[in-house]
Design a protein around this ligand. Structure first.
Ligand SMILES: [Zn+2]
Length: 132
């Protein structure tokens, strides 16, 4: 956990009975945790091609490192999952920025072909990276 839980509700002041009543506090999660819990990505990155199959571990490492960098600047930008598929690797993220950053990091490190498709109305980005 990254400490996003917030306590909402009425916290009585110290002068009021001298204690804090948390009985009606309500737990809330941040938008990133909510997306993870419900598996509703804002970004997907599809890694395709023979190179992906041969270098899956290395590519996973790059994806995770990119998450660490982005998360330290923007805590709501996180990975949801990295999954193996028959065609390569599928990465899902809680934010648009992280997905784009992963796409650009892949291109910078390994060339390949990068395609980015935005859906502005739905706050969604679909990224495709291919290297054969
Ligand atoms: Zn959170």
């Amino acid at each position: 956990m990254h400490g996003c839980r917030q306590i909402r509700g009425t916290l009585r002041s110290a002068t009021d009975e001298g204690l804090v009543d948390a009985s009606n506090a309500e737990e809330a999660t941040c938008p990133a945790c909510q997306r993870i819990a419900e598996n509703v990505p804002a970004g997907t990155v599809s890694l395709r091609g023979a190179f992906v199959k041969q270098h899956a571990d290395e590519l996973c490492g790059l994806v995770r490192n990119t998450e660490e960098l982005e998360k330290s600047e923007h805590p709501l930008e996180r990975l949801i999952a990295i999954s193996d598929s028959a065609d390569g690797l599928d990465v899902t993220t809680t934010g648009l920025r992280l997905a784009q950053r992963i796409g650009h990091a892949l291109e910078a490190a390994y060339d390949g072909e990068l395609q980015i498709h935005y859906n502005h109305e739905e706050y969604y980005v679909d990224i495709h990276w291919q290297r054969d």
